[in-house]
Design a protein around this ligand. Structure first.
Ligand code: ATP
Length: 270
């Protein structure tokens, strides 16, 4: 079961300079996750405890997973990922057991960064906590909080959670000593979009006529993941026409295609 729901990567290949437009978020993640892993003695000398958990929140595809992976890379840590939805099970005690396994795997792979995506799946405000499914989810969350409480002795394990649904979260997980450092990861602004276009075209054979400024302006409201999709699609347009160079027209067509797709599948979140 472990192998199926938990994803373990040793020192993932994402680096900070693969991430565009999130300088302040990166700075905060470095202070709260990287520093405690790299220089725990600093915190001891100063006499403060590093934040237990860091919560990244914002729309889908904005770089939350990338930030967590980049920290793991920078600290040569294992990256252990689990989706909150994987922790929601029908059988009593299964979710709590997976949480225990998660922390055990992290300890076996120290230093480690635990990344729990979709934390809202186990930590939502409940409208009716009397139904049995909800009670089980509640127990899973309690197990997570209790693992986090025993953190001091844990040493080289840091925990990052992410959600697209900040408004849905149960305040209990945001209390001091839990996910007490909140970092908003928004969609990129125009400058961010320009940098993200540059990042994703690094390896592409882009024509001289491509204006990144203009692309950034065009892809208004795009997330980082959307920009990546535009670049790939632009490359596909070139391949379809048997060209090896990608021009401005390809990017424009790609954007139009991606926009029309996201309008028809009713995905208003992006
Ligand atoms: P979700 O909430 O859907 O899990 P996320 O915020 O974790 O999304 P990521 O998985 O980090 O998003 O991003 C998905 C992909 O989009 C990345 O692999 C990358 O290619 C691209 N991307 C997203 N944000 C950025 C960014 N700020 N800079 C560069 N690339 C980005």
């Amino acid at each position: 079961v472990r192998a199926r729901v938990m994803q373990v990567e040793h020192s993932p290949s994402i680096r900070y300079d693969d991430i565009g437009g999130l300088e302040t978020q990166m700075q905060e993640v470095r202070e709260t996750v990287e520093m405690p892993l790299k220089s725990p003695e600093m915190f001891e000398t100063v006499g403060i405890q590093p934040p237990s958990g860091v919560l990244l929140y914002g729309p889908p595809g904005t770089g939350k997973t990338m930030l967590a992976k980049a920290v793991a890379n920078q600290t040569d840590a294992s990256f252990i990922k689990m989706a909150g939805s994987e922790l929601v099970h029908k059988f009593i005690g299964e979710g709590a057991k997976l949480v225990r396994d998660l922390f055990e795997v992290a300890r076996e792979n120290e230093p480690a960064v635990i990344f729990i995506d979709e934390i809202d799946a186990i930590a939502s405000k409940r409208t009716d906590s009397k139904t049995s499914g909800d009670a089980e989810v509640q127990r899973t969350m309690m197990q997570l909080l209790s693992e986090m409480d025993g953190f001091d002795e844990r040493g080289d394990v840091r925990i990052i959670a992410a959600t697209n649904r900040f408004d849905m979260l149960d305040e209990a997980i945001l209390r001091p000593g839990r996910f007490d450092r909140l970092i908003e990861v928004p969609k990129p602004g125009i400058e961010g979009r320009k940098i993200i276009f540059q990042i994703h075209t690094r390896e592409m054979n882009v024509s001289d006529n491509v204006e990144f400024e203009q692309l950034a302006e065009m892809a208004d409201d795009a997330s980082g993941a959307d920009i990546k999709a535009i670049c790939t699609e632009a490359g596909m347009f070139a391949i379809r026409e048997d060209r090896t160079e990608i021009g401005m027209g390809d990017f424009i067509e790609a954007w139009e295609k991606i926009q029309s797709e996201s309008n028809t599948d009713g995905d208003t979140a992006r």
